[in-house]
Design a protein around this ligand. Structure first.
Ligand code: SF4
Ligand code: SF4
Length: 348
């Protein structure tokens, strides 16, 4: 079931986000908006901005089958240093305490290290979402664990399972072995060890059309197995529900799982999770400097609801941002099912 090409390279009709939105709107029996209305939560509005998430490019050394970014080696969209400089100014204005850097593989952006150095000088908590295999991809990357340590970067890495078979099915052949090697390198410099301030968290997302199991039990199981089999330590495990967009939407349809999966998400709608969706304290910036309510809206090209000039980082305005309504659509069911899902795992 592994992919070798992005939807973009395949010229698949889902490379255009509007086609995904149209499909979701046509094929979801209950509107997400209606669920919010029932609990007086529509329109959804932001709370205090805490996290500034920046997607610095779609380029990646992997082509995972569930990827909501449709990332891959064939994607050339990456953030320029000029746009990064605009982000830095906006981070200072925003009052956000955390800068969350993602991709693609963010490390593949040639200005990645420069950017981390600049964000580090602002005194913010820095998160880097690393796919791990990039750390062992070439000799230059071997220094990443030390570089992360130097800037006290919090590393969040995907590992869909503690066995090679399940990991490689989702992320590509050989990914598990390389991920283990990279985790060992991170552990060696102090990441993930008990009481270490160098934070290393793992992300679990299901390898098929099902929801993640209980986060606490899975964390326990992952900790035990990774320690026992590979002597690897990490801090927390975040379980993330796959949202029905991009390559995962394609997968659901191809495998005739779309209707069942959406039904599950709708039936498991949790009002408490809806109160706590991540778009309420996070904004998301794309490689070309546009502002979105979250990384998923970014991939569906649903820019924030405001006058067009304020949709770009060059006109970053905290007042406009805090008074906007958040754009929602049917994919949002992925954030509100069960214990809720966000880039930092469960939301309740
Ligand atoms: S490593 Fe992440 S960004 Fe890259 S293809 Fe996989 S899911 Fe997408
Ligand atoms: S998909 Fe984005 S906009 Fe929708 S609920 Fe989740 S975080 Fe909010």
């Amino acid at each position: 079931m592994g992919n070798s090409k992005s939807l973009y390279s395949q010229k698949h009709h889902f490379q255009f986000s509007q086609n995904q939105i149209d499909y979701l709107e046509k094929n979801t029996p209950v509107k997400f908006e209606e669920k919010l209305r029932k609990q007086n939560l529509f329109p959804l509005t932001p709370k205090t901005l805490e996290i500034f998430q920046i997607n610095i490019g779609k380029m990646c050394n992997q082509v995972c089958k569930h990827c909501h970014v449709d990332a891959g080696p064939d994607r050339k969209e990456i953030m320029t240093q000029e746009t990064m400089a605009l982000c830095l100014k906006s981070i200072e204005l925003s009052g956000a305490h955390t800068v969350d850097i993602t991709g693609g593989a963010p490390e593949m952006n040639p200005n990645f290290r420069w950017f981390i150095e600049q964000v580090s000088s602002l005194g913010k908590t820095i998160i880097v979402r690393s796919n791990l295999t990039i750390i062992v991809s070439n000799p230059q990357s071997y220094t990443l664990p030390d570089f992360f340590k130097h800037h006290n970067v919090e590393v969040i890495s995907s590992l869909p399972y503690f066995t090679a078979q399940k990991t490689d099915i989702q992320r590509g052949e050989g990914v598990f072995e390389k991920s283990i090697k990279a985790l060992k390198m991170l552990n060696e410099v102090g990441y993930g060890r008990d009481n270490s301030p160098l934070k290393l968290h793992l992300v679990y997302n299901p390898t098929g059309a099902f929801l993640p199991a209980n986060q606490i039990s899975l964390e326990k199981e992952f900790k035990q197995k990774l320690k026992q089999l590979h002597n690897i330590d990490f801090h927390n495990l975040y379980t993330i529900t796959n949202l029905p967009i991009s390559r995962f939407l394609h997968y659901l349809i191809e495998t005739n799982n779309y209707n069942d999966y959406m039904e599950k998400l709708i039936n498991l709608y949790n009002p408490l999770a809806a109160e706590n969706v991540m778009c309420r304290n996070t904004i998301s910036i794309s490689w070309d400097g546009y502002i979105y309510d979250c990384d998923f809206n970014q991939m569906l090209e649903m820019k924030i609801e405001t006058e067009s000039q304020y949709q770009h980082i060059s006109f970053f305005n905290t007042n406009i941002l805090s008074h906007r309504n958040i754009k929602v659509n049917q994919h949002c069911y992925g954030c509100t099912a069960g214990a809720g899902s966000s880039c930092s795992g469960n939301t309740i």
